[in-house]
Design a protein around this ligand. Sequence first.
Ligand code: GDP
Ligand code: MG
Length: 162
Amino acid sequence: PVPVLAVVGRPNVGKSTLVNRFLGRREAVVQDVPGVTRDRVSYDALWNGRRFTVMDTGGWEPDASGLQKAVAAQAELAMRTADAILLVVDSRVGATEVEQAAADVLRRSDRPVLVAATKVDDERMVAETAALWGLGLGEPYPVSGLHGRGSGDLLDAILDAL
Ligand code: GDP
Ligand code: MG
């Protein structure tokens, strides 16, 4: 069977843009409106001759207080259904209490978990992403879904984990 990567994170952090980058084509729905991805959507992807399935998650539009629970639930579901999980964090915002809550769940995962610090469009922003080591999920991968910077290294790490 083809291994499944689940992509989790707050609305608007850049999950779908990153998924599109993995696919090499524009397919996952990206909009400036938070929470635009209606549900879990799976896509076939290929990297270095290996197939995998990318599951783009979203669809929750809870109020601010509910977001922490919603993203934790999203992480729980990902742990049950995927072979590896990618937690996407907006590098311009950093880890909020929502990411901390997701990390609390994901640290208990028996599946590999990777952290992507996205919207790193510029080399100068890379250093700041080191703070995400604090999530306790290992090395944060700086990446730009929009420009593709860092996506090859991240994909290599994902395929190693799958
Ligand atoms: P999602 O809700 O997590 O799926 O986030 P989206 O992929 O829909 O992106 C939300 C917004 O962030 C959109 O306006 C994107 O264009 C923007 N965005 C996503 N990735 C990047 C990136 O790498 N760099 C920049 N500058 N903007 C990004
Ligand atoms: Mg989305």
